[in-house]
Ligand binder design. Structure first.
Ligand SMILES: *[C@@H]1O[C@H](CO)[C@@H](O)[C@H](O)[C@H]1NC(C)=O
Ligand SMILES: *[C@@H]1O[C@H](CO)[C@@H](O)[C@H](O)[C@H]1NC(C)=O
Length: 137
C-alpha cells in the first residue's frame, strides 16, 4: 500500500512540470513566477494568456496591465486597449493627454485628434497656442 501511494506521487511529480522561481521550484500548471514571486495562475484562459503585472499573475485576455495596475479591457479589439498612466482606455473612442483620459472630439478622425497639454482637441477647427486651445479661424 505504501509503495502504491509513493508510486502515484512520483508519477504525479514527473508529469507536473516543475519550474524555478528565484531558486525555488514550483509546479507550473497551477502556479507561475512573476518578478520572483510565485502566484496562482488565473482561473481562466490559456497559459499564453497568463501574464505578469509586476508580481501579480493575470489573464491578459480580459485585463490590461498599466504601470503595475490591472484594468479591465474595454475595446472591441484588444489592440485598441491602451494605457494612460495607470488606467486602461479604448483608443478608438478615447485619447490620453498627459495622463488624463478624454473622449475623442466629435469633429474629425483619429488623425485630427491632438492633445493640447492635457486637453483633447481637433486640429480641423482648433489649434494649440502656448498650451491653450484656440479657434483656428
Ligand atoms: C491611438 O490611436 C491613434 C490613432 O489611430 C494612434 O496614432 C495612437 O498611436 C494610438 N495611441 C496609442 C497610445 O497607441
Ligand atoms: C491634422 O493632423 C494630421 C496628423 O498629424 C495632419 O496630417 C493634418 O494635416 C492636420 N490637419 C490640419 C487641418 O491641420
Amino acid at each position: 500500500m505504501k509503495l502504491l501511494i509513493l508510486g502515484f506521487c512520483l508519477f504525479g511529480m514527473v508529469t507536473a512540470e516543475m519550474k524555478e522561481c528565484k531558486g525555488v521550484l514550483f509546479e507550473s500548471e497551477q502556479y507561475m513566477c512573476c518578478n520572483g514571486v510565485i502566484g496562482h495562475r488565473p482561473p481562466c484562459g490559456t497559459t499564453s494568456d497568463h501574464q505578469c503585472c509586476r508580481d501579480q499573475p493575470f489573464n491578459s485576455r480580459n485585463f490590461l496591465c498599466c504601470n503595475g495596475n490591472l484594468d479591465k479591457r474595454m475595446a472591441a479589439s484588444p489592440e485598441n486597449d491602451k494605457c494612460c498612466g495607470e488606467f486602461g482606455f479604448d483608443n478608438t473612442s478615447h485619447m490620453c493627454c498627459t495622463g488624463i483620459i478624454h473622449r475623442r472630439p466629435d469633429e474629425g478622425a483619429a488623425d485630427n485628434h491632438k492633445c493640447c497639454k492635457n486637453v483633447a482637441m481637433s486640429n480641423l477647427s482648433q489649434k494649440c497656442v502656448n498650451g491653450h486651445v484656440v479657434p483656428k479661424y
